[in-house]
Design a binder for this molecule. Structure first.
Ligand SMILES: [Zn+2]
Ligand SMILES: [Zn+2]
Length: 212
């Protein structure tokens, strides 16, 4: 399985554009391609996807973590380029037309081995992806708190890693059991986390590809 960072505050590959926001592509066996969040601007999202040779038409599922512009801003550009993608959106989300839209409130398995936490803290969903090593948790901004998100994924299995925006999270002990930590986007204590977990931390940025 492979995760590609498509949109982030930083870039890791020449030619891509950095911008405040987050999006990543999840490619897992026997599952359609999943785009998790869409960044802030459709033009930047499509540019980065083109540079990374990701065809918007090849995406089967789009998941939006929460109702903030830096995560859903590019959604319209994707639905215009791809009428067939299924959307998994926060309950409060409106005004978007697609072939199939599912509003997510409760935890559920959306595809084989791909789980959503449902809305944690009444505002944000994260994904948990089953791998041979354990669950890889994907967060948007982690507004409800990384601890609460990890607790919400525990029902699906043991967490192996976390990738995404960790916001102002600083209860660093919660990261101890994890083998892979990739703080992205809005993570306020990025340098602190890198300093504490140098061997397990990945430098996030658009263009980063994580193979598991
Ligand atoms: Zn946010
Ligand atoms: Zn954000």
């Amino acid at each position: 399985m492979r995760i590609t960072i498509v949109y982030d505050n930083e870039v890791k590959k020449p030619g891509l554009i950095a911008d405040h926001g987050f999006s990543c592509l999840i490619e897992a066996p026997d599952t359609p391609k999943i785009l998790f969040d869409t960044g802030a601007k459709g033009s930047i999202l499509l540019h980065n996807m083109k540079e990374l040779k990701i065809d918007p038409g090849s995406i089967g599922v789009v998941v939006i973590s929460h109702n903030h512009g830096d995560h859903f801003g590019g959604l319209q550009a994707i639905t215009e380029a791809n009428q067939d993608a299924e959307l998994y959106l926060p309950p409060s989300f409106g005004g978007i037309s697609a072939k199939k839209v599912t509003k997510i409130k409760e935890p559920v398995e959306i595809r084989h081995g791909i789980f959503t936490t449902g809305e944690v803290g009444g505002m944000e969903q994260s994904l948990a992806i089953k791998t041979d090593k354990g669950l890889v948790v994907i967060t948007g901004c982690a507004h409800p708190g990384v601890g609460n998100i990890l607790d919400a994924t525990a029902r699906f299995g043991k967490a192996y890693g976390i990738i995404g925006g960790l916001h102002e999270f600083h209860d660093f002990d919660r990261l101890n059991p994890l083998s892979l930590i990739c703080p992205c986007h809005c993570t306020q204590y990025k340098s602190e986390i890198k300093r504490l977990f140098p061997d397990r931390c990945l430098d996030c940025g658009a263009g980063l590809i994580i193979e598991l």
